[in-house]
Design a protein around this ligand. Structure first.
Ligand code: GLA
Length: 391
């Protein structure tokens, strides 16, 4: 058991006077395939070694009591009185999962839950999916129930879309539940079929936080998804066989150019080209061609910056500095955009040197001290539970 888990169990015991059961869920980084998930496209994320631990124990008064160790705050209510009423704080995420489980017909008796985690907030590493999935695993454990991967991911997404009110896709919740150590996931966001691909031993994934905050729940992510959906609606109406943007080609898009806004055209172009890049990245990975993989990452970044218009100066700077280093195969923004982190694929033996040069160069350019993490793909919540991540 990790120190964090032991600590979380102790905090729960001290606060609620009962021993709890602990459930952990990681964070994630996306290697390639950005803003493709909510139009049925392809993504290539992996789980990373940050986590949220949810500790749960029963109570007899029919209440749900959530305690956040990070915020040192407690929120409680009658489970029977839970309606879809977010209040705009950390508790919306776990309360949303409780709401979503109840919508699925899961009967949840009174409980106390403490949540603790080390996932950087607003960095595009999916702190929200990590909290949602840890909560779902804990509540299912508490209810004595099991659900399949797809179901847990879908109901956590529903919590975020319909309870919290953020219009995210399925990528984050799916990979946070279903990842396996040392593998990256290739997920088809329409069918939810997925493959697990090995990353060559000679590379490391380096995450670099620009320290520019981003939040999916606020406006810009929603603006982009609205522009995409408007373009998709035109394509669906005009082109036979196009149900989701995932089905459209660049020729389809060109034929509809005059029927949509210039912004929608560019956003859709990003997604159509990005889906093709993800599939090509899969091929490159399978043949161990990291040079091609890296080039696709850089092309993905340019498309995200120019067509999707969702990068920012600081993040662009991080990509430029990264690509000046010989040991870096590829670098790009990761996550929802408008700040957050870059993901870099670098030669394993040069990872530490890469980090030092990147941090120095970024500080010299922007005056900002970036946080960097050298990562390998971690287990998702399912694998953690199966390995005894459950206390
Ligand atoms: C956020 C959302 C995901 C996905 C990414 C962009 O992380 O939660 O569903 O849309 O942005 O790829």
């Amino acid at each position: 058991m990790t120190v964090e888990k032991e600590q979380a169990l102790r905090v729960h015991q001290q606060r609620f006077g009962r021993e709890g059961r602990g459930f952990a869920a990681p964070a994630r980084v996306n290697l390639i395939g950005e803003h493709t998930d909510y139009t049925g496209g392809f993504v290539m994320p992996m789980a990373i070694d940050f986590e949220t631990v949810a500790v749960v124990s029963a109570r007899e008064d029919g209440r749900a009591v959530f305690y956040s160790a990070n915020y040192d705050e407690e929120v409680g209510f009658e489970i029977a009185s839970l309606t879809r009423k977010p209040v705009g704080g950390w508790c919306d995420y776990p309360a949303g999962v409780l709401w979503s489980l109840r919508e699925e017909g899961v009967v949840v008796g009174g409980f106390s839950m403490s949540l603790a985690g080390d996932v950087p907030l607003g960095a595009g590493l999916s702190s929200s999916a990590s909290v949602e999935v840890a909560t779902a695993m804990a509540l299912l454990g508490h209810a004595g129930m099991e659900l399949p991967l797809e179901k847990i991911a879908t109901l956590c997404r529903r919590a975020e879309n319909e309870y919290v009110g953020a219009k995210s896709g399925i990528m984050d919740q799916f990979v946070v539940v279903g990842s396996v150590a040392n593998r990256v996931m290739l997920l088809d966001c329409r069918s939810l079929e997925y493959g697990l691909l090995p990353l060559p031993d000679e590379v490391r994934v380096v995450i670099c936080n620009s320290m520019v905050k981003h939040a999916v729940a606020t406006g810009e992510y929603g603006d982009r998804s609205a522009e995409v959906e408007a373009g998709q609606a035109v394509l669906r109406r005009e082109r036979t066989g196009v149900e989701l943007l995932r089905d459209a080609t660049l020729d389809d898009l060109e034929a509809c150019r005059d029927m949509m806004s210039a912004a929608s055209f560019k956003r859709c172009r990003h997604i159509i080209t990005e889906n093709a890049r993800v599939l090509e990245a899969r091929e490159a990975l399978l043949r161990g061609d990291m040079a091609r993989f890296g080039t696709l990452m850089v092309e993905a970044h340019s498309s995200f910056r120019d067509d999707f218009a969702a990068s920012c100066e600081e993040v662009d700077e991080l990509v430029v500095i990264a690509m000046q280093q010989a040991e870096c195969f590829g670098a790009r923004i990761t996550g929802g955009g408008f700040g957050g982190c870059t993901v870099n694929v670098v030669r394993a033996e040069a990872a530490e040197k890469f980090v030092a040069t990147l941090r120095r160069g970024y500080a010299a350019k922007t005056g900002i001290e970036a946080d960097c993490f050298v990562c390998t793909p971690s287990d998702g919540a399912f694998a953690l539970a199966a390995k005894g991540g459950v206390a």
